[in-house]
Ligand binder design. Structure first.
Ligand code: NAP
Ligand code: MG
Length: 496
């Protein structure tokens, strides 16, 4: 289905892509896809069942074993991924518009992160295709006489990767999985989130145009409990790459454990932002606002717990709530808007109920909350002040929305204890120009990434992942290449 929106031609794919063919679900079931700014249905995509998943995995397996893929040189794989990056850029305006219509995020974010960062990640990972290497090893085997042994290792692809992704960065999360998987020579069955399947389907089409053999990237749509679960359990899948909630990650990890299948799990977070007393309050307030409100708070590393030294606490918190109060809320397509809708009605209701819990737990709400007249799934940026550090549900439960709790502290060791008092350990940021404090905090904070004087910064060369309940494994850089390959040792005996 093709539509013209705001002068941009949207190539709206509403069937699944398996082996280069566009398919409906065998059972005929479908899922409606909504525009979160209006509540309007913009597409219906297939709701894949077990039969469809089986077909996709078998297709990916056959492609993995075929000459079209196995016989391809690393340089040829690299060239296809580079071509795909180019195609993402040349079709960037269409992809950005599609993403904003489907996810609700600001068009500027879609352009910069879904399109721009996706192309950047693909190019970085394309370069790894030609750089996989092993080692040569001297061995000490004494038998049989007059025979020496030597060995080498090579990094080989795992086979079929099942990639399951969330809705917060639909295109970029797909790229984070498929780029290293394909660069290393695997084939992929990708399941986007049921809320946001549209850019993943268009990505599958662009991959074919880039020259990827049909069946190397398959995109199946459906619900987690059925389509996702069938992909995880399928014996033909060699690895699961998952980003999503801790609850689902735990479930997937248990099933993969039983089936002895590797799984990388990028899960939830409750990231602290720590502001020391040497920090300019205006800089700290803007930094804290960006840390929580970027992508409407729907970021796994969102800075949702703010700890400010008590000497500048009131100043920072007042400036922060002024920033939040002045944010313009509206459609992500409109210029001048600072915050678009959340992704779905269900998510909006969940975030609103967590805001209610903050009020019930006795924190002071400085701004936000309350219903908005628009039909879309909007939530106002919300700041709570928890002056006396009381226990609150909002300090422990991930909101995944524009909601922050601010608390004062007096010394650094107290801030460390409070910041680490969470089951999560994904990200943390520290705001100071004191090198001693920055080093101490970066060593002590239990987080996969610690940012100093910035927050939410990711790069394809920077490992990313969680401590504790925030997950297992690291994405990006050399770590990603390790996680999408396995080691084969070749042992050679020769007469001496
Ligand atoms: P989710 O409910 O865990 O869903 C993530 C994906 O898993 C979706 O595609 C979902 O399908 C699928 N799924 C659900 N149940 C499944 C099952 N039983 N078996 C297999 N797959 C299943 O998370 P979400 O609500 O989409 O995303 C928000 C969460 O993701 C937050 O907790 C956030 O912190 C986390 N996140 C983490 C990172 C990171 O890198 N660490 C990045 C972004 C988001 P459906 O769409 O049909 O539910
Ligand atoms: Mg979901």
């Amino acid at each position: 289905m093709n539509v013209i929106k705001e002068g941009v031609f949207l190539n709206l794919r509403d069937r699944m892509l398996v082996g280069g063919e566009w398919l409906d679900a065998k059972n005929g079931d479908s899922i409606p896809v909504f525009d979160p700014a209006t509540g309007e249905i913009i597409a219906n995509v297939p709701d894949a069942g077990e039969v469809d998943v089986d077909h996709a995995v078998e297709t990916a397996r056959r492609t993995y074993q075929s000459v079209a893929w196995r016989g391809m040189t690393p340089a040829a794989r690299e060239r296809i991924l580079l071509r795909l990056a180019d195609l993402i850029e040349t079709n960037g305006e269409e992809l950005a518009m599609l993403e904003t219509r489907n996810n609700g995020k600001l068009l500027a974010y879609s352009r910069m992160f879904e399109v721009g960062a996706s192309a950047q990640w693909l190019r970085y990972m394309a370069g790894w295709a030609t750089k996989l290497s092993g080692t040569t090893l001297d061995l000490s085997l004494p038998l049989p006489p007059h025979v020496r042994t030597s060995a080498f290792t090579r990094r080989i692809p795992i086979g079929v990767v099942g990639a399951i992704i969330p809705w917060n960065f639909p295109l970029l999360m797909a790229i984070w999985k498929i780029a290293p998987a394909l660069a290393c020579g695997n084939t992929v069955v990708l399941k986007p989130a049921e809320e946001t399947p549209l850019t993943a389907l268009r990505l599958g089409e662009l991959a074919l145009e880039a020259g990827l053999p049909p069946g190397a990237l398959n995109v199946i749509t459906g619900r987690g409990e059925r389509t996702g679960a069938a992909l995880v359990a399928h014996p033909g899948v060699g690895k699961i790459a998952f980003t999503g909630s801790t609850e689902v990650g735990r479930l997937i990890g248990a099933i993969c454990g039983q089936n002895l299948k590797p799984a990388s799990l990028e899960l939830g977070g409750k990231s602290p932002v720590i502001v020391l007393d040497d920090c300019d309050p205006a800089v700290a307030a803007q930094g804290a606002a960006d840390a929580i409100f970027f992508n409407h708070g729907q970021v796994c590393t969102a800075g949702s717990r703010l700890y400010v030294h008590h000497d500048i606490y009131n100043d920072v918190v007042q400036r922060l709530s002024a920033i939040a109060d002045n944010m313009v809320i509206g459609s992500g397509l409109d210029a001048g808007v600072h915050m678009g809708p959340l992704v779905s009605r269900r998510h909006q209701e969940r975030v609103n109920s967590l805001i209610d819990s903050g009020v019930a737990d006795g924190a002071e709400r400085l701004c936000g909350g309350g219903a908005l007249p628009e039909k879309g799934y909007f939530v106002r940026p919300t700041i709570f002040a928890n002056h006396d550090n009381r226990p609150m549900k909002l300090l422990h439960e991930e909101v995944f929305g524009p909601v922050l709790v601010a608390m004062p502290f007096t010394d650094i060791s107290e801030a460390i204890v409070e910041a680490n008092n969470s089951v999560y350990g994904l990200g943390a940021s520290v705001w100071t120009n004191r090198i001693d404090a920055a080093m101490k905090l970066s060593e002590s904070l239990e987080a996969g990434t610690v940012w100093i004087n910035t927050h939410n910064m990711v790069d394809p060369n920077l490992p990313f992942g969680g401590f504790k309940d925030s997950g297992i494994g690291r994405e990006h850089g050399a770590a990603a290449v390790e996680s999408y390959t396995t080691t084969k040792a070749v042992c050679i005996a020769y007469a001496n």
